[in-house]
Design a protein around this ligand. Structure first.
Ligand SMILES: NC(=O)c1ccc[n+]([C@@H]2O[C@H](COP(=O)([O-])OP(=O)(O)OC[C@H]3O[C@@H](n4cnc5c(N)ncnc54)[C@H](O)[C@@H]3O)[C@@H](O)[C@H]2O)c1
Length: 156
């Protein structure tokens, strides 16, 4: 029997990469997957690919750093798909160099480039994760006992 039958699983940042692979895996185990991504078109294509393969998938465009929109989309999911039972806070950006790796760039921008990246990382890692978790609860998901980040860390 499929491991996630009757589950509704939300995966943020699931238009590509690890999030997309997680969404495909959840769908393979029988969950109805809700793909959320700032790239709405790519999320829709990923959802279609899952449906074409026999799985259940719905997608919405969402920037997880936008608090109000998170709450709106959470309500839309509750109304159109149902009560979320799994939330994977995967959306994020990867840094492949240290903040201070290019002092020349940092000097030219008065440190602005590095600091704006820090701000974005903070927004994604803390605001995005916290807002998605709390908005899912707010939209009425009593089945949602806990949520996870891509690093596997329980967030509630
Ligand atoms: N790839 C790695 O080696 C690695 C290692 C540790 C942790 N991670 C974390 O895993 C997660 C996924 O990594 P990946 O390599 O698959 O990245 P990726 O860039 O391939 O995919 C990230 C997805 O998140 C989406 N996204 C970005 N900002 C968003 C936002 N504000 N709102 C909604 N969606 C947004 C992107 O559009 C993209 O589809 C990230 O949080 C990353 O930090 C990755």
């Amino acid at each position: 029997m499929a491991l996630l039958k009757d589950h509704i699983a939300v995966v943020t940042g699931s238009a590509s990469g690890i999030g997309r692979a997680i969404a495909v895996g959840y769908a393979r185990e029988g969950a109805h997957v809700v793909l959320l991504d700032v790239n709405a078109q790519a999320a829709a294509e990923a959802a279609k690919e899952i449906r074409d393969g026999g799985g259940k998938a719905t997608s919405f465009g969402l920037d997880v750093t936008r608090r109000e929109t998170c709450f709106e989309v959470a309500k839309e999911i509750a109304g159109k798909v149902g009560q979320v039972s799994i939330l994977c806070n995967n959306a994020g950006i990867n840094r492949r160099n240290a903040f201070t790796s290019d002092p020349a760039v940092s000097r030219r921008s008065g440190g602005g480039v590095a600091m704006s990246r820090v701000g974005l990382l903070f927004a994604l890692a803390f605001v995005g994760v916290f807002t998605c978790s709390s908005s899912a609860s707010y939209a009425g998901s009593p089945r949602l006992g806990s949520s996870h980040t891509s690093s596997g860390t329980p967030t509630s």
